[in-house]
Design a protein around this ligand. Sequence first.
Ligand code: IVH
Length: 664
Amino acid sequence: MPNTHKEIAKLRAEITKHDQLYYKDALPSIDDQAYDRLKAQLAELEAAVPEFDFSASPTQSVGDDRLEAFVSYTHRVPMLSLDNTYSMEELLEFGKRLEKRFPDQTLNYLVEPKIDGVAVSLTYEQGQFVRAVSRGNGAEGDDITQNVRPIKGLPMTLYDAPEILEVRGEIYMRHEEFERINATRETEGQQLYANPRNLAAGTIKLLDPAEARARALDIVLYGVGACEPARYFSHQAEIHEKLKTWGFSVLEKIWLTDGIEQAWTSIEDLDTLRQGFTYPTDGAVVKLDDFRLQDEAGFTSKAPRWAIAYKFEAERAETLLKEISLQIGRTGAVTPVALLEPVQLAGTTVSRATLHNEDEIRRKDIRPGDTVLVQKAGEIIPQVLSVNLSKRPADSVPFDFGAHLESLGIIAERDPNEAVWRITRKDDPIRQQRALQHFASRTCMDIENLGTAIVEQLVARGLAHNPADLYTLRIEQLLELDKFAEKSANNLIAALEASKTRCLWQLIHGLGIPHVGKQSAKDLEAYFDSLDAIASASEEALVEVDGVGSIMAQSLHAWFADPDHTTLIDRFRKYGLNFQSARIEIGDSALVGKIFVLTGSLPTLTRSEATAMIEQVGGRSSSSVSKKTDFVIAGEASGSKYAKAEKLGIVILDEDEFKHLIES
Ligand code: IVH
């Protein structure tokens, strides 16, 4: 038995790690099927030791997407998860259980597509849209209204609606939009998003609404949570009708079936149609149509007994791997990519797949000319699963990463601590180009008019080798470049000038320090306030920053210790780039370190504006009220947090009082 306990603990830890990656970071490292398998294994082990404490197990919860920076909101009716299966037998068993429970009834099931998006609950009060909330932990989610409001086609007013209505559905991103954003990121040398779901999940949690608005999201609605008065619906199918009349985007097709066998036939039908849908569909949801029967069937601790999700297996296909191409990122890291004979997979044509790194290629012994099995799960960037050895050409040889680099004239080294090859020579033109592209990109110094073609020429002609050189460029030099006229040259000089006043975090991000992304740059700015303070910080001081781990601290310290980088920073200083945080001298503020909680919607300020004001005076914003909270800023519909603050005797301010406090 102790072994089972150990195994349970191990699986719980592993699943918790994947929950964090999926729900909070929107960066899953395994596909849904592999995750579901881990969860099924854990449930099986737990069932064998019923005396074990289940309360903390991930099998008992629905995950949690809540983030510290957001205000959370309690759903009037909880958002639950569904039991899921990949097997027809289990689906039929689900039907048999309900037939046993309701022996004298005809059981009608509604079969709906299961959307692979991000769950959302929209609240309408007196017919007006008031709030959008993420699923969170099922009971309480994050208020994401400001990022959901701009979604095209979302009705702001419902006519003839109940007084209070929670509408449930999924936010997703269309394939074209996903590819558009990734294409831009690729030219900017930024890490690509793995799939539309991750990008949608990341977008609804952006703190800057303008950044969120720049990415088009879509929404589809299929259900209702709270509804007051409750006389509105008696069947699930009616909900779809009504949602449509109210002007919501609804499911393109649903099947009202008679009995579980017919439900199965509809699922097969759905499987053939789903590729034509606008939203990604990864399965079917089968629900008892009659609400009276739903109520009688009830719930387990996390899912209804009257519904089940049937998930389609990830799609796989065999194709020829024509070539292994090597891509170079902003830090000079070399990533291998498989160039494939185009093949249809999950509704898209797949012609590339990631190969991760040298070790992965060696482990699977993947060679150019091989016929490989490619998988696209939940639209994650396709992966090469295995090689079909029976189709391997007789003259095939193992792929030699180092020799391949050499044949391309790329001088790179393998970092002994990582699986990554990197171009280490700073004077390497490809590396210089990537570093300049990254520095100029939108989430760094946002230098307009500095596209790939120009960067290539600047490096090739010796006009810019590093970002500091950009600030020495003169009009006459630019006029010599291809396709450059007076106007474009002036524009570029003006854009470079404008970039000198960018936020400190943009500069930190732009330096291209290995492991330091946008969020870490923001965390560093918030903690240290100036570039000089970061540059002179010890590794011990760096790990003190929330969000900075030991690998990143080491990388930062090594980067700033490099004399070439000291020169770079000195030159930036000379050219007048901003090295300071936008915060006021926080030492003077009485609000340094004070903890604020925002709740409800404020009359004029958005959440991010209020949060920025708090941070500017050295305060911190938190999402939950506790004894440690100093101030609660309450707007309209502030709900449970208001009550809790009152109970704990915490100072509660309205927007005017808050502004007054900050100004004073
Ligand atoms: S009904 C009480 N219907 O899948 C259960 N959910 O794996 C309410 N989902 O939490 C959910 N398409 O986020 C339902 N047609 C559909 C769905 C759907 C996608 C999501 C939803 C749910 C999750 C469960």
